[in-house]
Design a binder for this molecule. Structure first.
Ligand SMILES: [Zn+2]
Length: 511
């Protein structure tokens, strides 16, 4: 949980009275921040509570000092920065014969309150036949791990010694990836190479349940991510394609160049994704401190301009509604496949949205841009079990689309409802998993479309003020965490006393 302490502007004055006023103001702001009740997503004591107790203790010390010695506190304590597991990835990438040679080192911090005897890594690239080739795993001391087991997407590593809470373990993995010829966000086509979920990663560890590593479904996303820190270094085997066209990399963060190396730093983030093409047309704009960068294929300038503009518009709207976007850059990339897809700091829009851009906001280029930008909050900042509770990020982002239209194209709100929702006459439970509908459209109708209908009905029932104050607190309170439906409804109960049982019965099977 992040606690935002905003410092009031104090006048630069020599008068004792003004200084005293500032001290009182700062102290009261800090106390207000510390009074935030702690909500535990797992129903057990958390590190956040102990951290909060520590801050409060320091405050109490401060208060007694100001009462007995001096009205001026001598320092403002800052909360301990949250620690994340760290990934260091060094990559040599051959675009012509799409292949990655990767050296990765990983430091895992056991944030659970359980002692672990093994750690699990998810290797999503191993879903693709012949893609992932493990070369060597070694512990920090150089000892080779000989008893690792790779089974499907799960790579389990028995630990040399038990890992206690708050302890770290480090290891290194050397591996190669032969990128599949695949029109998707992991694979290459004649127009681009997309490199997502390309490293073995640590899924969240759920106390009492274990590692949250779900099986892939035939539709939907199955992965769940903790926040982590990423240092990524990429070197291209050749800076151009065989025709001499320079290769362009788009990534989850801004590159810094060091000779032939592209260096990236991103923390905290759910994932680090990147993509390379000899065709990308690049343009950028800014929203506050964020640089929005568009990467698109040639020959549809108007659509390319629109994708960039609507990304910026979405960012402005959601910054206002949900709280600030956390990164320096946000990249919107034209994908050589048929859907949109979100990653930290980067998302794809299908080439079909560009190719069939209608020249106005009544189309998928605008709708799905808003949807994917909203994922930076619902998936990025606030994450969830995408396999079992996909509504937490898909219903919220679908509803965010109409919030975008309300702010940017209010005359099209009714069009959005008719075109995006009612036209499909959606049926199904909002709390469906990715495994049960069997096909994409029934899944979308139940989770995305009925999910948006539920959120609108909820808004109508509890009122504008309660609805939007709930959203704002939901994002602030659960940023960097993994939420459940229980967390969602528990927090909602703090913002409204309205009886929502009728809505739950209408939309949810399990509530
Ligand atoms: Zn989505």
């Amino acid at each position: 949980m992040r606690v935002f302490v905003s410092k009031p502007n104090c006048p630069n004055t020599r008068t004792t009275l003004a200084s005293l006023f500032c001290v009182i103001l700062i102290t009261s702001v800090i106390l207000t921040a510390c009074r935030l009740p702690s909500v535990d997503p797992n129903g057990t004591a958390t590190r956040d509570e102990s951290k909060q107790a520590t801050v409060t203790d320091v405050q109490n010390t401060l208060i007694s000092a100001t009462e007995t010695i001096s009205p001026t506190p001598t320092f403002t304590p800052t909360p301990e920065p949250e620690m994340f597991s760290q990934y260091d990835l060094t990559v040599l990438f051959d675009y012509e014969n799409p292949h990655l040679a990767v050296d990765m080192s990983l430091t895992y911090l056991n944030k659970s309150e359980e002692t672990l005897n093994e750690i699990l890594l998810v290797v999503d690239a191993n879903r693709y036949a012949g893609a992932f080739h493990l070369q060597e795993i070694a512990w920090e001391d150089g000892q080779v791990v000989s008893d690792a087991q790779l089974d499907g997407i799960r790579l389990s590593l028995p630990l040399q010694q038990p890992l206690n809470p708050q302890e770290e373990v480090s290891l290194s993995i050397a591996y190669e990836i032969y990128l599949p010829n695949n029109r998707d966000y992991f694979g290459y086509t004649e127009r681009q190479a997309n490199i997502s979920d390309w490293y073995p990663y640590l899924p969240p560890y759920i106390p009492g349940e274990g590692w949250l590593a779900r099986d892939p479904g035939t539709i939907g996303e199955h992965l769940a991510y903790d926040m982590a820190g990423f240092n990524v270094r990429i070197k291209l085997a050749s800076p151009t394609n065989p025709e001499g066209l320079p290769l362009v990399i788009a990534a989850s963060a801004r590159a810094e160049f060091d000779g032939e190396w592209y260096n990236y730093r991103l923390e905290p983030a759910r994932t680090f994704a990147w993509t390379v093409s000899h065709l990308y047309q690049v343009q950028q704009t800014t929203v506050g401190d964020t640089t929005v960068i568009g990467y698109a294929f040639p020959n549809h300038q108007e659509a390319e301009d629109t994708a960039l503009r609507e990304t910026a518009n979405s960012l402005e709207v959601f910054n206002e509604l949900f709280g600030p976007y956390p990164y320096d850059t946000l990249s919107v990339v034209e994908g050589d496949f048929l859907n949109g897809m979100e990653f930290s700091g980067l998302f794809y829009l299908s080439h079909a949205f560009y190719d069939f851009y209608p020249g106005n906001p009544m189309g998928n280029l605008t709708i799905i841009t808003a949807h994917e930008v909203a994922h930076q909050w619902f998936y990025g900042l606030v994450a969830n079990d995408q396999a079992l509770e996909p509504w937490l990020d898909e219903a919220t982002t679908t509803y965010s689309e109409v919030l975008f239209y309300e702010h940017v194209y209010p005359e099209l709100v009714e069009w959005w409802w008719n075109n995006r929702i009612y036209f499909h006459q959606p049926v199904g439970w909002v709390d469906s998993t990715i495994y049960e509908t069997g096909a994409f459209y029934p899944y979308r109708d139940a989770v995305y479309l009925r999910g948006a209908m539920f959120l609108q009905d909820l808004r109508d029932l509890i009122g504008e003020e309660a609805f939007f104050s709930f959203w704002r607190e939901y994002v602030e309170r659960y940023s960097n965490q993994l939420v459940t439906g229980d967390d969602f409804f528990n927090l909602l109960g703090h913002h409204t006393s309205a009886d929502i049982s009728g809505l739950l019965a209408e939309y949810f099977r399990t509530r």
